[in-house]
Design a protein around this ligand. Structure first.
Ligand code: TRP
Length: 459
């Protein structure tokens, strides 16, 4: 990372670090808050009956999300290197724990390949919103608009490449001038937009039905599969199992408390997911539309909602800008995992590493995009390329890597190292430490194992 100013170095290892506490939160929350919060969370909550799902989801964040997030921070900050380098430094060069690092690296690149596709759709939708393309259309027509866009051969790919280009530009600019500066500007913007959208949504007539849907649990609507969805989503939404939080953790300065940071990031992520629900469901109910529309909720149901609401033109633009901004601060974090590895361990400079990885990831992404159209028929194990990439990482790679990271922290690093790193050399309340050790040793791995086996259809 030759382009970094040495004056900014604050860690004893000489590694560059983020400037202060606020930027750490902005950057880590920027990674966590993404399409998972604004696109996926509302629709899986919608499909699974709303409030009851949210209760289970919150439990998953606490029992699994938090310990894994804290563990990843610990590995990164103690290792002071990229995802592979950190494992090497802490576990040894030929340790089997390195598997966790390599799976994470693979996951970060693979996620970005299909994440860029959906994020690209949001850019097209900003343009569609600006040109008022949804006005006067029936729900079926808006659905058709979406279908013909995602299946067309060129347009979604162009937007995907534009999105990847912006991501690459931020990464090229470096850890502080790129990632940190970008996130500290974008996150307040994101918050402002989402609050505006919430105000609009809850002031619509009949909004209370949407609020009840979100906050009044009806457990009869929640299936076992829904509960496992909640667990899987807790993983995705906190950017776990892909080396992101390990890499970012390596840029935290030594004096930050890792447990507190993990709690704050999880709270910020959850608040934004719930605000996304508040921005979406009252409006959906107000216009008598279906909350359980699935993946099309954001790209089909919402444009219909906006087309009918007073001020809808303006709020529709804001909504898709919100999605694009949220997606960008996340995609940046995914690309940094690979770039940090390639620059540090393979000795290639940052700009070249970024271009190389962006090229490779976008290339795979093109196939993901085409699997909604031209390559629909190209399937492996009856999954198209997009679904296969998603399945490989969300159902296999990330749970495995996440599991390895907690197990490594609990059993590999052990209590003394954990205490030292968590407390930044000071002390952590003893009860907290003991609880953390028990959760990371047994509870979190067990929970992850259950989702893992379920998602493979074994249980
Ligand atoms: N957490 C982000 C979201 O909710 C996506 C994300 C960023 C991610 N980095 C990741 C997901 C690493 C899994 C792994 O959209």
């Amino acid at each position: 990372m030759g382009s970094q100013p040495s004056a900014a170095v604050e860690n004893p290892s000489g590694r560059i670090s983020f400037s202060n506490r606020l930027s750490i939160i902005a950057v880590a929350a920027g990674s966590a808050i993404g399409l998972g919060n604004i696109w996926k969370f509302p629709y899986i909550a919608g499909v699974n009956g709303g409030a009851a799902f949210i209760v289970v989801y919150l439990a998953c964040i606490c029992i699994i999300g938090l310990p894994v997030l804290t563990s990843e921070f610990i590995i990164g900050r103690r290792g002071q290197k990229n995802v592979i380098g950190s494992y090497v430094r802490l576990a040894g060069k030929s340790s089997p724990w390195l598997t966790g690092g390599f799976i994470s690296l693979f996951c970060s690149a693979t996620i970005l390949s299909f994440y860029g596709v959906v994020a690209g759709w949001s850019l097209e939708y900003i343009v569609k919103a600006l040109t008022n393309s949804f006005a006067g259309k029936t729900p079926a027509e808006v659905g058709g608009l979406f279908g013909s866009f995602v299946s067309s051969p060129l347009k979604p790919i162009i937007w995907q490449l534009v999105f990847m280009g912006i991501t690459a530009a931020v990464i090229c600019a470096g850890v502080k001038k790129g990632i940190e500066r970008f996130s500290t500007v974008m996150m307040p913007l994101l918050l402002a937009i989402i609050v505006l959208l919430c105000i609009r949504s809850v002031t619509l007539p009949g909004a209370e039905n949407g609020i009840a849907f979100l906050f009044k649990p009806d457990f009869s609507k929640l299936s076992a599969a829904g509960m496992l969805d909640a667990l899987g989503h807790a993983f995705f939404t906190l950017s776990l199992g892909a080396g992101t939080m390990i890499t970012y953790g390596s840029y935290f300065n030594k004096k930050e408390g890792l447990a507190a940071t993990a709690v704050q990031v999880s709270v910020a992520d959850t608040v934004i997911a719930i605000l996304a629900g508040v921005a979406i469901f009252p409006a959906v109910f107000s216009f008598g539309l279906e909350p359980g529309a699935g993946p099309g909720l954001v790209f089909v149901t919402l444009p219909n909602v906006f087309a009918q609401m007073p001020g809808g033109y303006f709020f529709c633009i804001l909504f898709f800008v919100l999605i694009a901004v949220a997606a960008l601060t996340s995609s940046v974090s995914m690309l940094e995992v690979g770039v940090a590895y390639v620059t540090e361990d393979l000795g290639i400079d940052r700009v070249k590493a970024t271009l190389l990885l962006t090229f490779l990831i976008s290339f795979v992404g093109i196939f993901c995009s085409l699997s909604f159209g031209r390559l629909k028929e190209l399937t492996f194990f009856s999954k198209n390329v997009f679904d296969l990439a998603d399945f490989l990482v969300s159902n296999i790679g990330m749970p495995l890597a996440g599991m390895l990271s907690v197990l490594f922290v609990a059993w590999g690093l052990g209590r003394t190292n954990v205490e030292d790193e968590m407390s930044s050399g000071g002390s952590v309340p003893i009860g907290y430490l003991s609880a953390f050790m028990i959760v990371t040793k047994y509870l979190a791995p067990l929970g992850i194992a259950i989702v893992f086996l379920h998602s493979l259809g074994i249980i």
